[in-house]
Design a protein. Structure first.
Length: 267
């Protein structure tokens, strides 16, 4: 087995010299690959595609760019055949990138399941089609109510509790209205960051941008959402900005993104 690991590691370094290959990574991934893949001359293409997948999982930007150009874009006609177009199509392509490179919270990237038994293009198409079918079966807007958190410290005053309950409902409605007014790119970014809890580093990979750029875009989108929510809440209940901020303090609401609370106080 050690000889095989060394041989595959050398092949990987030749196939993608810019990737930070580590022996332990190769050894771990070999456990899910048919050993015959390395001895059959006819399997050369599958080996090359396996190295592409592995390099993507290691964050190699050249490999991720190759995945995008060669495989992700190729599935767009398949997605159109499933009645996707416009913003919905763009969103599904982004969802595919997340599934392949990041995975669901607590799960692994789909690319980690690619074993080289078939063409990588077919694997990516299968993932894309399943995502569309899953989305159609569970088609519903994001549950923004999850972002309207309960107070950190319990309140025992019945009158305060009633006000809190009332305003939390109004806040959720205002949040949904503000969300609907955001441009689609910002909604998609915040869906990943706030709801799916995709971190800044992963977003930088998905969008193929620098980490600092991803952080700035997230901060800007979150600020727009906060400002929009404050304005919607003020209009809904007919009070001043100062009163809205008092209400937000009352319900102690936070919109969390990872470990960073989304501020509700005025800047």
């Amino acid at each position: 087995m050690n000889d095989l690991v060394d041989s595959v590691l050398e092949q990987a370094r030749v196939a993608s010299p810019g990737t930070a290959w580590q022996r332990e990574d190769v050894a771990r991934r070999l456990a899910d690959v048919d050993p015959q893949l390395w001895s059959e001359p006819a399997a050369a293409d599958r080996r090359a595609e396996l190295f592409v997948a592995w390099a993507c999982l290691l964050g190699d930007r050249d490999a991720i760019r190759h995945l995008e150009v060669r495989y992700v874009r190729d599935v767009v006609p398949n997605l159109r055949a499933l009645d996707l177009a416009g913003e919905e199509l763009d969103e599904m392509v982004q969802t595919l990138r997340v599934a392949l490179l990041v995975g669901a919270p607590g799960g692994e990237p789909k690319l980690a399941r690619y074993s080289g038994r078939g063409a990588l293009g077919g694997f990516v198409r299968t993932v894309a089609v399943r995502l569309v079918l899953d989305r159609k079966r569970a088609r519903q807007p994001p549950d923004l109510g999850e972002l309207a958190r309960r107070p950190i410290t319990p309140l025992s005053d019945p009158d305060v509790d009633y006000q809190k309950e009332l305003y939390t409902t109004r806040f959720t409605e205002a949040l949904e209205a503000a969300w609907a007014k955001l441009p689609m790119p910002e909604r998609l970014l915040l869906r990943y960051h706030l709801l799916d809890q995709v971190g800044i580093d992963e977003l930088a990979v998905i969008y193929r941008i620098h980490r600092s750029t991803a952080a700035r875009r997230c901060a800007s989108a979150r600020q727009r959402l906060v400002a929009g929510t404050r304005a919607e809440l003020g209009r809904a209940i007919g009070v001043s900005t100062r009163t809205v901020d008092s209400i937000l303090r009352l319900i102690a609401t936070r919109l969390d993104a990872g470990d960073e609370p989304l501020p509700i106080e005025p800047a």
